[in-house]
Design a binder for this molecule. Structure first.
Ligand code: GLC
Length: 620
């Protein structure tokens, strides 16, 4: 382990000493310095000089907020420029830089990208998830990033939701166990006294219980545009039609308090017990109140009942949805228990509005001091005051083979075998010929999914890693003839004992992934049929962020492997396809027969069993 940064606890600073340091610092701060600490700005909307001028406490890269060129070194240079400016302020309070490292340091080209949470849910391996957290923390610190907005501890109830794959499972206990494991891993202090980063449990609370057509965005929404616009403002990233499809995301959770507590609150208690230092409020609404203004749940329940002593941060422009009057948005959110606001653009307006609210007494000075105390405590606990710049020597290990081995293990353990007739799997290495069909068989971008290099993710050779086709080629003997066709249009003479088809979803994130229909598309069905006609055994590898409706096509297949969104290390798939490792993955979500069995409530009310139960998985 390289130079370790002693957290307060390792340095022997008791909580009392931390409190004294915080109070001493607070007593020296002006109101402007305090308000600056409560302000988080996105990296393309602020210059380093403004960090100093407005005492900004945090900068983030939203999805796709990458430097150009997108290299680890350039990331480090970008983050350090902001930090340098913060350290030149009167009290030299370090800023904290945050990103969505939700499956590795996934914005950075060359970083290891792990399976998305749904695949880790299939692994049910908390130790593995903790190790993923530790590797992710090291790759973050290599670029001097000290905060990730992970783990998502959503408990998704509707497979049509575009954030389904960010959830570990429909099972609250599994979500809590794996969310706590990631929090422990990210907070490296607990494991080996090493450097840690600030983890962030999100989105508080019950974001996974929002209902269909309840999103405040989308063609059905009552007031189009009255909500936070998506992050990437480039026209290509959010054509109006795509915005129109938002149906669930950021919507209304129509559940009673008993269900909220039992199903959606419990994972937060587990991550808090694991030491998570921040929580992000959800865009969603419960009991008629936006979560960003929900005083009962943020202050009384999260901070009071659950004893959360860390900081609560908003989502991207999350307070803007509270009211059409921005002054009321600021007052309602901060008084409800929000400590730091992800503005993320117009920081001047936020700071001046909060200053006016403080002057008017609409936001008490004690509330501001409590928010700033929580922020300073988190920065002190991270060791940011001692070492505000991440250890540069960690750059050498970013994307290294050892880190990729952890991701390869995660891919292996995430695979779920749903069908394996006539022992089609495992495959022999000495096949005379093999047909491989589907774009996703040779596309890193498709196997990574959303939140990968860009916010929405995209097809193509987007980063370093291995594709399914590459690892199949590397595993098979040289004598095997491989016919590859992205759309199944094989040569006339192409016929083989075995055919593999990789089906996929086009990458998506957030509401852009809200889907009314999860059935296979006509093109996917045609690809299956074209390949079926030319092989004796047809094996399907499904690259998707959720279960798809495949009931009608299942008889066509001899084997079905669910690979979810495996990330950059497809080697893990070959390890299992060719029998070096067994299938051990178990479904983290029930697999519906039809759309009529979605959401989960409909499935539970149905008198027909799902196609496969949550927890199902063949071994071989
Ligand atoms: C997004 C997401 C949240 C993410 C944040 C910063 O809109 O809702 O999960 O952490 O903004 O990118």
């Amino acid at each position: 382990m390289t130079a370790t940064v002693e957290s307060n606890r390792q340095r022997g600073m008791s909580d009392a000493e931390v409190a004294r340091k915080v109070d001493h610092l607070l007593s020296q701060m002006t109101l402007e310095e305090k308000l600056g600490q409560m302000t988080m700005v996105e990296n393309n909307s602020v210059e380093p000089a403004q960090i100093a001028e407005f005492f900004i406490g945090s900068v983030l890269s939203g999805g796709g907020g990458n430097p150009t060129p997108n290299t680890p070194e350039n990331w480090r240079a970008m983050v350090c420029a902001f930090q340098k400016a913060a350290l030149e302020t009167r009290l030299a309070i370090p800023l904290i830089y945050g990103v969505d490292a939700v499956h590795g340091h996934n914005n950075v080209k060359g970083a290891v990208i792990f399976p998305h949470n749904i695949g880790l849910g299939a692994s049910r391996d908390a130790d593995l998830v903790e190790r993923i957290g530790r590797v992710t923390a090291r790759e973050l610190l290599a670029t001097s990033v000290h905060w990730t907005f992970a783990p998502s501890v959503s408990v998704p109830q509707d497979l049509r939701w575009g954030r389904i794959y960010e959830g570990y499972s429909e099972d609250s206990k599994l979500v809590g166990d794996l969310g706590a494991a990631l929090a422990r891993g990210l907070d490296g202090r607990r494991a080996d006294g090493g450097s840690g980063v600030l983890a962030c449990a999100k989105h508080f609370v019950a974001d996974g219980a929002a209902g269909w057509r309840e999103s405040p965005i989308g063609e059905h929404a009552p007031q189009q545009g009255s909500t936070a616009p998506p992050q990437d403002l480039s026209p290509a990233a959010q054509p109006d039609a795509a915005l129109g499809q938002w149906q669930i995301d950021q919507g209304i959770s129509r559940i009673d308090e008993a269900t909220l507590r039992a199903q959606h609150l419990m994972p937060y208690q587990k991550t808090i017990d694991a030491g998570v230092g921040s929580v992000m409020a959800s865009y969603s609404t419960w009991d008629g109140i936006k979560m960003h203004a929900h005083r009962y749940l943020l202050k009384d329940v999260l901070k009071g009942e659950l004893g959360f002593a860390g900081l609560v941060v908003t989502d991207w422009m999350g307070i803007n949805q509270i009211n059409s009057d921005y002054y009321k948005c600021v007052v309602a959110s901060v008084n409800a228990g929000i400590d730091m606001v992800m503005v993320p653009y117009d920081f001047r307006s936020f700071i001046s509005t909060l200053k006016e609210a403080a002057r008017q007494g609409d936001v008490a000075r004690e509330r501001i001091d409590d928010a700033v105390r929580r922020i300073l405590r988190a920065k002190l606990a991270l060791g940011l005051f001692d070492q505000p710049i991440g250890d540069k020597s960690l750059l050498e290990s970013l994307g290294c083979a050892a880190h990729r081995q952890v991701a390869r293990e995660a891919v292996r353990k995430s695979l779920v075998l749903l069908k394996n007739d006539s022992q089609s799997l495992p495959l022999s290495r000495d096949l005379p010929r093999l047909l491989v069909g589907g774009r996703a068989a040779d596309d890193i971008g498709l196997q990574c999914g959303g939140w990968s290099i860009t916010w929405q993710g995209e097809a193509g050779a987007t980063t370093t890693g291995t594709t399914i086709l590459e690892v199949i080629r590397a595993t098979l003997s040289d004598s095997t003839a491989i016919d590859y066709s992205p759309d199944g249009q094989f040569a006339d003479d192409a016929r083989a004992a075995v055919g593999i088809v990789a089906l996929h979803e086009e990458p998506y994130a957030e509401g852009f992934g809200d889907r009314a229909d999860l059935a296979l598309s006509p093109d996917e069905i045609a690809l299956l049929q074209r390949t079926r006609e030319r092989c004796d055994q047809l094996i399907v590898v499904l690259i998707a962020g959720r279960p798809r409706i495949i009931t009608d096509q299942l008889p066509l297949l001899d084997a079905l492997v669910v690979a979810w969104l495996p990330g950059t290390e497809a080697d893990g798939l070959a390890d299992v396809l060719f029998g070096d490792f067994p299938f051990t993955g178990k479904l983290p979500f029930s697999w519906p027969r039809s759309m009529e069995q979605i959401p989960l409530a409909a499935l539970r009310a149905s008198d027909e069993a799902p196609l496969r139960e949550c927890g199902y998985g063949l071994t071989c």
